[in-house]
Design a protein around this ligand. Structure first.
Ligand code: NAP
Ligand code: GLV
Length: 293
């Protein structure tokens, strides 16, 4: 099977993929039977008439789906990997603990040599809302709930007893975004959304930069309506050096590192799907192109 590699696939990935699927021929160009992609640039899969599978090494496929040259009708599968879910749960827990216990404020106070103790609340008094209850959202919610926080989730396929988003927002001290970027979720975290969040609450964006309207967030922080933002993803990545987020006292910046795909474990899953495509067996973790995730 000839597999085209496109996007951010380094030497470690190539080593692990070759070990997981020694019978494959890995190509950087030319006609292939399947493509393995990691955030590929637009056009990377143009002119590939024979593809049986496009396997993403990233969980989010928004950039891939936005490529107008993406071959039509070819199944797309995205990465679901327990190691990545565990990493995301760790990041979400770290952000929750740090916001709850004021550790970001203490780090800022140290930079200013200020000795000031903040009030301490119990974990069961700090409500956490996780937007998205898929692989990432569920892993994060479960890990945070294990530490005693009351956690609620929000998803697309709501049931009749589900609380509407405005009521969930009003009750949460910490809101964590783990939605996929789709036509429905783009720009969701805007001025209206922040206005519905409880005064003094915090936002954690681990989804995609385009979920969040950056100017609206800065306004909500500067007015003191929101207390803090932890941001892993941005409209422009890498975040430009002149961007206000870098130096804002109420913003913590991560370089899109909340959960990296682990080449060791993810290669096995990718190889299993490539073999399924080769042998005409059902594929795991298929993307619904119309739904956008
Ligand atoms: P997933 O398993 O497909 O789950 C997506 C969740 O979002 C589902 O619960 C889905 O609802 C919900 N959802 C989708 N559209 C919605 C809408 N319009 N309203 C309400 N809920 C909606 O995806 P995942 O693996 O958890 O990954 C989620 C996202 O995390 C990725 O797309 C990516 O953008 C981001 N991510 C970021 C990093 C990082 O390092 N920062 C790493 C990995 C992933 P249903 O359950 O009803 O379908
Ligand atoms: C990272 O953001 C991913 O989607 O895997």
């Amino acid at each position: 099977m000839k597999v085209l590699l496109a996007g951010e696939i380094d030497a470690e990935w190539r080593r692990e993929l070759a070990a997981a699927m020694p019978e494959a021929t890995w190509l950087d160009a030319g006609e292939a039977d399947a493509a393995l992609v990691a955030n590929p640039p637009p056009g990377a899969l143009a002119g590939q008439p024979r593809l049986r599978l496009i396997q993403s090494l990233w969980a989010g496929v928004d950039r891939l789906l936005a490529d107008p040259t993406l071959p039509a009708g070819v199944p797309i599968a995205r990465m679901v990997d327990p190691a990545m879910s565990a990493a995301m749960a760790e990041t979400a827990l770290w952000a929750t603990l740090s916001l709850h216990r004021g550790f970001f404020a203490y780090a800022q106070a140290q930079r200013e040599a200020v000795w000031r103790v903040h009030a301490q609340r119990r974990a069961d008094e700090v409500g956490v809302l996780v937007l998205g209850q898929g692989e990432m959202g569920r892993a994060a919610a479960e890990r945070i709930a294990q530490q005693g926080y009351p956690v609620r989730g929000w998803r697309r396929s709501r049931r009749h007893d589900d609380t509407p988003l405005p009521a969930l927002l009003a009750d949460a001290a910490i809101v964590i975004n783990l939605l996929p970027l789709t036509a429905e979720t783009r720009g969701l975290l805007d001025a209206g959304f922040f206005a519905r969040m409880a005064p003094g609450s915090a936002i954690v964006n681990l989804g995609r930069g385009a979920h969040l309207v950056e100017a609206d967030l800065l306004d909500a922080l500067d007015r003191g309506h929101l207390r803090h933002a932890v941001l892993d993803v941005f409209q422009t990545e890498p975040l430009p050096a002149v961007h206000a987020f870098w130096r804002h006292p109420s913003v913590t910046v991560l370089p899109h590192a909340a959960a990296l795909t682990d080449a060791r474990s993810a290669s096995a899953g990718a190889a299993a799907n490539l073999r399924a495509a080769r042998d005409g067996r059902p594929l795991a973790h298929r993307v619904d192109r119309a739904r956008g995730y």
